[in-house]
Design a protein around this ligand. Structure first.
Ligand SMILES: Cc1ncc(C[n+]2csc(CCOP(=O)(O)OP(=O)(O)O)c2C)c(N)n1
Ligand SMILES: [Mg+2]
Length: 253
């Protein structure tokens, strides 16, 4: 049965800033559904974001305390809030550039300290809001505003990174896998320690148009075809894994 999520949104906010075809709105929905199903009280939660399109998911939309902070510093602010009030359920929602490029150091150390917070990283593989610059998550060869001839650097595997640093729960899903995504967010929010969900979210405006996607639906279709469950990986050879994105839970908590 469809539930009314309006109570979770601030009534004075009438629209979202997301472009047509952006995956961030689907992620926003999945987060609110997870909160609803867990019966979490929004007045006991704090949502923290940095700067970027993904940072607009909680702020100003969520009807809760939100901290819209500096670029790359969401986890630092979240850590301070959690230290001051350990009763708070702290959730960081931000972009790949924000959390893993400029904010990469905060990410690895929060995971190493196993800080009790959930970090949801909306990974569109690019700096979306600022005009499509290359990020630490941009695939090899992908064209961006600052890698017109194709990105020459390997991207981070974000899940492996936080797993190696010591996170308590780690999962990756695409916005095309809505049920699994919502369940992973629920798991992350109910596991103690540093919990991390990487969410593949298409950016037709900055990534798609530079990488030969004719329409936003093509990006969704490619994501659906590229994602393979982690359980299948051991049965596949190197060639079959080429251009595939492994999704699932990597650390179960
Ligand atoms: C110190 C600082 N450096 C750079 C910027 C410019 N800036 C704002 S958002 C952003 C990138 C955001 O990318 P991402 O976090 O991936 O979010 P997206 O827009 O892709 O969702 C950059 C470079 C800034 N605001 N502050
Ligand atoms: Mg991005």
């Amino acid at each position: 049965m469809a539930r009314d999520l309006e109570a979770y949104l601030r009534s004075d906010v009438k629209s979202t800033p997301f472009c047509p075809g952006c995956g961030h709105g689907i992620l926003m929905n999945a987060i609110l559904r997870a909160i609803d199903e867990l019966h979490l009280a929004m007045d006991k939660m704090l949502f923290v974001s940095g700067i970027g399109c993904a940072a607009w998911i909680p702020s100003p939309n969520f009807n809760a305390d939100t901290l819209h902070t500096l670029h790359g510093r969401a986890i630092a602010f979240a850590t301070g809030a959690k230290m001051f009030n350990p009763e708070l359920k702290v959730v960081v929602i931000s972009g790949d550039g924000d959390l893993t490029s400029i904010g990469g150091n905060h990410l690895i150390h929060a995971a190493r300290r196993d800080m009790d917070m959930t970090v949801i990283c909306a990974n569109n593989m690019i700096y979306g809001m600022t005009g499509g610059q290359v990020a630490s998550t941009t695939p090899l060869g992908a064209s961006t505003a600052t890698s017109v001839e194709g990105n020459i650097y390997r991207p981070f595997d974000l899940c492996k990174l936080v797993q190696a640093a010591g996170a308590s729960y780690v999962a990756r899903y695409s916005v095309t896998q809505v049920v699994s995504l919502k369940e992973a967010i629920k798991k992350a929010m109910s596991t103690k320690g540093f919990t991390f969900v990487e969410v593949l979210s298409p950016c037709p405006t900055q990534f798609g148009r530079r990488n030969r996607y004719d329409a936003p639906t093509d990006m969704l279709k490619t994501l659906m075809e590229s994602c393979i469950p982690v359980e299948e990986v051991e049965h596949l050879s190197g060639e079959a894994l080429k251009d595939k994105i492994v999704t699932g839970e990597f650390i179960h908590g």
